[in-house]
Design a protein around this ligand. Structure first.
Ligand SMILES: [Zn+2]
Length: 305
């Protein structure tokens, strides 16, 4: 990638032979470098790794496989199994324009199968920020991360004092339309098909996931029912508007609705990722139970303090 003097310095003196995505954020580093490392999950959600011919991405550590890295999904074991070493690039598992993983473990067979829908092209690998064509700049990063969210009306829906941080962050990404849903990955050529992982036959988009898909629709219906809300479910932006109108302030009922909303979005996104990347399926009732558990736990903690 094009590198500034600062970026080259970071590579030379801080990252060295390691990889930015897996460096520990503890140790002798400066405070500012540690803070940068702690922002990696945010960066990972907003960066788009556009796969080309595998000439730049680290095979193990860059999140080039449907937004995740092989190391995140499979750990060290696959690296060891391939005997390819830690420094290889993605092109090292491509031969004559086809994926050619060494198939000496079940994980590797699974990976070989899983990458089949990632097209190999003749162009160089590239990374974009938030949308294809945007190069990273500190201005765009500032806009993306710091969020002019104070200016938007859903700010209080996300960043209220009783929020569960990881749920709030996930909801914030959905509201900023920053999640890489499969329709987006299809548009930039990362996937060949964008069908919903809940097997309804529709295309996965943000509107579909929240909550037009029959699976997620049922989950959200059940959660609303637990909050004593019985109404039909609308399009995503209408659901957000309903929350803005009916979950204002810090009264108990408003708080429970806000928590239930963010927690549902979080658990649905989590289940979507589980199905996408781990091939594991959790029944709707279990997801509903987890949402209920998280909300009640938070409410109970709030009452204690
Ligand atoms: Zn669906």
């Amino acid at each position: 990638m094009n590198q500034s003097l600062w970026a080259r310095w970071c590579h030379e003196y801080l990252i060295k032979q390691s990889n930015f995505w897996v460096m520990p954020a503890i140790g002798l580093h400066s405070w500012s470098w540690r803070q940068i490392l702690l922002l990696r999950p945010v960066a990972n959600e907003l960066l788009i790794y556009k796969y080309g011919r595998g000439d730049k991405f680290s095979l193990w550590f860059d999140p080039w496989m449907h937004g995740e890295s092989i190391h995140t999904l499979y750990g060290h074991r696959v690296i060891h199994d391939t005997r390819l070493g830690r420094l290889v690039l993605v092109k090292d598992v491509i031969r004559e324009g086809r994926w050619n993983w060494p198939l000496n473990s079940s994980d590797l067979v699974e990976i070989q199968h899983r990458v089949q829908d990632i097209p190999i092209t003749l162009t160089s690998d590239s990374i974009f920020w938030v949308s294809t064509g945007n190069s990273f700049s500190t201005k765009l990063a500032w806009q993306g991360i710091q969020a002019r969210s104070a200016e938007v009306d859903w700010h209080k829906l996300v960043w209220h004092p009783a929020r569960i941080p990881k749920h709030a962050f996930c909801l914030w990404l959905v509201l900023r339309r920053a999640h890489r849903t499969r329709d987006k990955l299809l548009a930039i050529g990362v996937l060949h098909i964008a069908s919903c992982v809940f097997n309804c036959g529709e295309v996965e988009s943000l509107e579909h996931l929240f909550f037009q898909c029959p699976f997620t629709h049922n989950v959200w219906m059940a959660v609303l029912a637990m909050c004593n809300v019985l109404r039909p479910i609308s399009q995503w932006m209408d659901e957000v508007q309903w929350m803005l109108d009916h979950a204002r302030g810090h009264k108990f009922l408003a708080l429970v609705r806000k928590l239930a909303f963010a927690t549902s979005v979080y658990h649905i996104w989590l289940e979507r990722n589980r199905r996408c990347f781990k091939n594991q399926f959790m029944p709707a009732q279990e997801i509903i139970d987890r949402i209920k558990h998280d909300v009640s736990w938070k409410v109970w903690l709030g009452r204690k303090s």
